[in-house]
Design a protein around this ligand. Sequence first.
Ligand code: SAM
Length: 311
Amino acid sequence: MAIDPREYLSQEPSRVVTVDDPSRGGGPVAIYDFLGKTAHYTSSFGLQWKKYRDVQIDRLNGAHGSYNHLQLFTQGDLSIFQNATCLEIGSGAGRFTDYLVDLCKTVITIEPSQALTVNAALGAPNLLPAHADLFHVPIRREKVDIVFCRGVTQHTSDTKAAVRRLFDYVRPGGMVMFDVYPLRWYTPFVTKYWLRPFLRHIKSPRFMELAERWVPKLLKVKSKYVNRALPDNIFGRNMANQIIPIADFTQSKSLNEQQQVLWSILDTVDMYTPRYDKPVSFQSILRTLESVGARDTKANKSTFCFKAIAP
Ligand SMILES: C[S@@+](CC[C@H](N)C(=O)[O-])C[C@H]1O[C@@H](n2cnc3c(N)ncnc32)[C@H](O)[C@@H]1O
């Protein structure tokens, strides 16, 4: 039975958009729109996910990349989703929504960009999709057991404020799960952050064309010359990533060769086109969690994934 939006949403949407051919079938699906027709700064994500929708959706491409990442993100405990109502914020093309609808009782997924219209889980009877911004999610918080927010906070105008906001959308004692891009001592030297101010001005469709043409070539140059010239250790690999500053999935064993190239193109677009990219230090996130009264924090220093209980 379809979900009654009034049970979970605290406001009336400005309009309802219908998607006629949802990925999971089952006839037209309603998307509740709280943004209206004004352009949101995430439009580059919409473009990216519409074009590369299937690349990271395990169910559609036969890989396990997203499942492995979900395990990592939840710090190895998928049982937390059992019978839970989960609010997912910033779902992109739905690589995790597609698992969450199978794992949870109910999923409300929020995404401001047009990516929501192609979310891979659309059509699942326990999914409620809404166009909204992380800072203004019209949710009845007492209904939400878990907030799930992966790969999003650093792409907002204020990463720490975004983290704090997540705690406003969950019932007392509920769980909040998120990650951030790491700010480490060497982050200011990372080539991406030097190039972004220039490359960010290239329009997203053009950047995507360039990435499609150049990333496969650069991956070859990297493996043939750069990797071989450097030591095969963490230092050598990091140096190679700075010399050829593109995403590189060629070492990812769970993907075949074609998938490795596609993931590299997609993630290179993701590195350079978003409006905001604001990493934060580990200690700073721990202090932010303390400031909202979060408890039982589980934080992973190498992945910068955080899990905490709301006060
Ligand atoms: C790197 S993608 C991650 C998508 C998905 N969570 C995943 O892991 O594949 C970042 C997503 O955050 C969304 N996003 C950025 N700013 C946002 C905001 N203020 N509110 C909600 N979502 C936002 C983007 O539209 C985009 O889909």
